[in-house]
Design a protein around this ligand. Sequence first.
Ligand code: MF3
Ligand code: CO
Length: 258
Amino acid sequence: MIYLKNTLQLQSMRKAGALLYEVLCRLREAIKPGVSTAALDVYAEQLIRKHKATPSFLGYHGYPATLCTSLNDQVVHGIPSESVFLKDGDILSIDCGLVLEGWQADSAFTVGVGAITPEKQQLIDVTEECFFRGVKQAVNGKNVGDIGHAVQIYAESFGYGVVRDLTGHGIGRNMHEEPSVPNYGKPGHGVKLRPGMTLAVEPMISMGDYHVNELEDNWTIVTADGSLCAHYEHTLVINEEGLPELLTYPGFILMEEA
Ligand code: MF3
Ligand code: CO
């Protein structure tokens, strides 16, 4: 069942999205060599609770933290730890979700710690560009497969791998709703996109092969070949005009091609 959101519900989702944007901006500033991933987690939880919201990951199927902090070859769901300290040259993916007045927001980004190589920066930049190319397809009348296809062809043009075992998703009162939003696909295939649909689009792109494994902590997903991975995610709505609006990036306007 896909729940289309009305104007009033979207006002609430905009509030949740704007708060998550603020939280992630503060976290970005806190990322530097020597900081533990647990310290980032504590900071995120404080920021969220101070604004009368709740961390959505904490307790989700038993997940033990507010953030996912996934380093280097970790794709997603890395658990913050007091004994993991950020190092110069790492790439760190931060994923965070919150609930405000019953409405969910979900967003993620990857950033270099200290100075990183041009190769690592390219992976991060291409992953973000994959996201924006996917989002451009998130318009009334297109299909979920158009989003995935746009992500896939751009990532693969760099020889990168598109992680298939995890996908984007619908979002609303629940963190994960229908439809599933894969980062690969065929144009014109899959669920038809409609105004009022709220989606989390989240490419996970690896420098090598796309296959992944789960670690023994039963959470952390790593690339099978040990290659580096980046992640970029926003919650969006296909608005009344049939165009994508990024709820977790307030004020951002997608530009038309010149
Ligand atoms: N943010 C992830 C997603 O995009 C979900 C996190 S899983 C959790 O779907 F267990 F950490 F919550
Ligand atoms: Co998500």
